[in-house]
Design a protein around this ligand. Structure first.
Ligand SMILES: Nc1ncnc2c1ncn2[C@@H]1O[C@H](COP(=O)(O)OP(=O)(O)OP(=O)(O)O)[C@@H](O)[C@H]1O
Ligand SMILES: [Mg+2]
Length: 253
């Protein structure tokens, strides 16, 4: 990996995960020899002002939270080639989406995870923060001596509830749809501001998927059931959990 010069104090060791806008690496602090996760903005979205702003926003929001089930942030900065990065607590485990590829989670185990994630959401909501992108790939299941600990990551499109409208206008244009269709609440699909209830809608989709193995709505156009107020067509099974960020268009039959 030709990354030695990217971030002064850290050596990037290996790629941990890749999202739609960023890549997460395991890294080592050169002096303290501490292992951390470093999330760096992908080069293909580097030119987008909104992507940089979201990174800044993620750093600020994570810095205000303090909960055992929300990933911790240590610092943030820019690489030598001017890519923003976040230095995060290194989570040792696999994402919930990876875990769900194996098989559904038995209800008794799933309940413990749900309780932990609801604790994380409650903490964020109490602080006035709405996550806006709750989905299995934004949950990491960490191994610990006392069992599996769930951690919520990726506050990249999160915002303050009280200024959700302002947030939308600042980071996207009014009416834009930002989120992941399979898990997005009807109001988010319509480009309206997200609230704590929007996160709970997405969380309910996540719970459904954990115990059944598939999300409640999926298919080529999982957003359609929200926008047109019609249920998703039966038999649609293709998973679509890629994040979208585009103008809202009403989708006809
Ligand atoms: N602190 C961490 N420690 C270990 N792995 C992590 C950490 N943060 C994120 N990951 C892994 O990296 C993946 C991508 O991270 P993240 O979701 O923050 O990126 P993103 O580009 O914002 O994603 P999205 O596709 O949702 O926009 C996650 O799905 C998770 O598997
Ligand atoms: Mg993500």
């Amino acid at each position: 990996m030709h990354s030695a010069d990217l971030i002064d104090d850290y050596e990037l060791i290996a790629e941990l995960g890749r999202g739609s806008s960023s890549t997460v690496f395991v890294a080592m602090h050169r002096i303290m020899q501490r292992r951390v996760a470093i999330k760096i903005l992908n080069t293909d979205v580097l030119a987008e002002d909104s992507s940089r702003k979201r990174f800044q926003r993620e750093a600020q929001l994570l810095n205000t939270t303090n909960n055992p089930h929300i990933v911790k942030i240590f610092s943030s900065g820019s690489t030598t080639d001017n890519r923003p990065y976040l230095v995060l607590e290194l989570l040792d485990g696999k994402s919930l989406s990876q875990r769900l590829k194996e098989n559904p989670i038995p209800v008794s185990e799933a309940l413990a995870l749900f309780e932990q994630l609801l604790d994380a959401l409650h903490c964020a909501h109490e602080m006035g923060i709405v996550h806006r992108d709750i989905k299995p790939s934004n949950v990491v299941l960490c191994n610990s001596p006392s069992g599996v600990v769930a951690k919520l990551v990726d506050f990249g499109i999160a915002g303050f509830i009280v200024e959700a409208g302002v947030h939308l206008q600042n980071l996207t244009q009014t009416g834009d749809v930002t989120g992941t269709p399979t898990y997005m609440s009807p109001e988010q699909c319509q480009g309206k501001p997200a609230t704590a209830q929007s996160d709970l809608y997405s969380f309910a989709c996540l719970m459904y998927e954990c115990v059944t193995g598939a999300p409640p709505f999926s298919g080529p156009q999982p957003i359609r059931h929200d926008v047109s107020s019609r249920p998703c067509t039966a038999g649609q099974t293709r998973r679509t959990d890629t994040r979208v960020a585009g103008k809202h268009h009403s989708q006809g039959a």
